[in-house]
Design a protein. Structure first.
Length: 222
């Protein structure tokens, strides 16, 4: 059973406090995602927006855009509303984006550290829905965690993460809380996900950032 919603509801209060310490290289990771969005994007949808952490970066980078935040955790969306407020350029939607219709005619659809919680069949099934919701030349960006292509590399990825977060000053309790959330991870190798995007019709599919398990990859609806 996938218990992601319950896990994130339970840990919402500490999620923001811990996030920067638990993502080594976060500046380059998020910058690579933002760089894939056109400067004149007018409608941006964020899947799995959570507490609005990345949403705030999107607002700063694209102040004129309408941001549509979608998440299935009410606790997380409450944090997002506290952070971002009730600006009419924000829409907050409590929904499971794997089954609910996506807003149409989007310039960009983005997701940050969310899709890796889905089973592989759902990861693949949402891609045609994302493709259909984009305008021509619209972009889908996934800033996420991926699995190592071999079991040996998966072990190395995890050790790199542990070394990195301890170097940043994460406490053992913060690491334990993150490992608790990670029990619901369903990470998939990058190459397989890039192939699924091409199969769904995306062009110019590429990875723009990668550091161990953290990757930013994107594709265009031509």
């Amino acid at each position: 059973m996938n218990n992601t919603r319950a896990v994130f509801d339970a840990t919402a209060a500490s999620y923001d406090r811990d996030r920067m310490l638990l993502l080594p290289g976060h500046e380059a990771f998020y910058a690579a995602a933002l760089e894939q969005i056109s400067a004149d994007a007018g409608r941006i949808v964020e899947l799995g927006a959570g507490s609005g952490f990345f949403s705030a970066m999107l607002r700063a980078a694209f102040p004129a855009a309408h941001l549509h935040l979608v998440d299935f955790s009410q606790s997380m969306l409450d944090l997002a509303r506290q952070r971002l407020g009730d600006d009419p350029r924000f829409t907050y939607t409590l929904a499971d984006y794997t089954v609910e219709p996506l807003p149409p005619a989007c310039d960009a659809i983005v997701s940050s550290l969310s899709i890796h919680h889905l089973e592989d069949e759902h990861k693949r099934a949402i891609l045609p829905l994302i493709f259909a919701a984009l305008k021509p030349d619209g972009v889908f960006i996934n800033a996420d965690q991926v699995a190592g292509p071999t079991p040996a590399l998966e072990i190395i990825y995890q050790q790199h993460w542990l070394d990195g977060v301890r170097a940043l000053g994460a406490t053992e309790q913060q690491i334990a809380d993150s490992l608790y959330r990670q029990q619901e991870d369903r990470r998939t190798p990058l190459d397989l996900q890039l192939a699924w995007m091409r199969d769904a019709g995306f062009t110019d599919v590429d990875c723009w950032y990668k550091s161990s398990s953290f990757a930013v990859f994107a594709g265009i609806r031509a």
